[in-house]
Design a protein around this ligand. Structure first.
Ligand code: NAG
Ligand code: NAG
Length: 301
């Protein structure tokens, strides 16, 4: 058999083709999960060991801003006041070693938080850097784990100065390891509390809450409102990726639950038409365990 010699440019195109095919197989979405608000949802390591999640939001920092001493709340998982959450630090690292990004989520539906001024935004950013990111503090709630970023889940209080907070946090990432910024706005556009923060165009991942929001969520047999809203988000917000945020079980939210078979057959194909599609966000690990939602959808996300 004689050696077949391909001209160099043919080989170049073969390699380019292989490269592009690999790229498109990476184009699948991932699942983001909220962990932390139910002590019966398993620990962080076991959450990440399921292999179902690409992003974990540790929820929530319920108190910050206006000179308040910031307060982490991880429900029944541990007691930050007694400093018993630090053992989750090694579990954060465990998750990261699996390629999972771990964010600290600010806010939530209960708590007492708001930012009083640009200066206050700087103080909060500095606190987050020193206590959860690459800085140093003697009282880091999750020990020496360096989280990948900060998730904005602002559902209460004033909309002011979250854009400043995003800018200050992002600057820390320029000097050291990147600080990912993620956010969970409500689907009515623009988000009443986080709109100006998202306008900074500094956010990497935006998981929009398509639940508890009648005007833009799925209702039985009607995908139009959701698609219209999805289209607005993916064309109006500058972020790396946009995610569809959903309750992991019908009991996990007041409304907006989408049965897995409907999500897979009627919704995901349309979402994937957008280059901005990043995957699905689920509230929460506890409800996902009850309903097996992520297992049902993982292969299609
Ligand atoms: C996490 O939970 C699993 C399952 O319950 C358990 O086997 C494991 O020991 C826990 N990990 C840590 C570090 O506590
Ligand atoms: C919330 O914090 C403010 C100060 O920032 C304080 O005046 C107010 O009493 C707090 N509210 C609750 C319910 O803790």
């Amino acid at each position: 058999m004689s050696n077949i010699k391909f001209p160099k440019h043919v080989l170049f195109f073969v390699f380019l083709l292989i490269f592009l095919l690999n790229q498109s197989s990476d184009a699948y979405g991932g699942i983001a999960i909220y962990w932390g608000q139910n002590g019966n949802e398993g620990n962080l390591s076991s959450t990440c060991a399921t292999g179902r999640y690409a992003y974990v939001n540790v929820a929530f920092l319920v108190k910050f801003g206006n000179g308040q001493t910031p307060e982490l709340n991880l429900a029944g998982h541990c007691n930050p006041a007694a400093n018993t959450c630090t053992h989750f630090g090694s579990q954060v690292k465990d998750c990261q070693s699996r390629g999972i990004k771990v964010m600290l989520s600010l806010g939530g539906g209960i708590g007492n938080y708001s930012i009083g001024s640009r200066e206050d935004a700087k103080v909060v950013a500095n606190y987050l850097w020193n206590n959860f990111l690459g800085g140093k503090s003697s009282s880091r709630p999750l020990g020496d784990a360096v989280l990948d970023g900060i998730d904005f889940n602002i559902e209460l209080g004033s909309p002011q100065y979250y854009d400043d907070l995003a800018r200050f946090l992002s600057k820390y990432g320029v000097r050291g390891r990147k600080v990912y910024l993620t956010g969970a706005p409500q689907c009515p556009f623009p988000d009443r509390l986080m709109g100006s923060a998202l306008d900074t165009e500094l956010f990497d991942y935006v998981w929009v809450q398509f639940y508890n929001n009648a005007p833009c969520q799925y209702t039985s047999g009607n995908t139009k409102s959701l698609f219209d809203s999805w289209n607005t988000w993916t064309t109006s917000v500058t972020a790396q990726k946009i995610f569809l945020g959903l309750p992991a079980a019908s009991q996990a939210a007041g409304s907006g639950y989408i049965p897995p078979d409907i999500l897979i057959s009627q919704i995901l194909p349309t979402l994937k038409e957008s280059k901005k599609y990043g995957g699905i966000m689920l509230w929460s690990k506890f409800w996902d365990d009850q309903n097996g939602y992520s297992s049902s959808i993982l292969a299609s996300v």
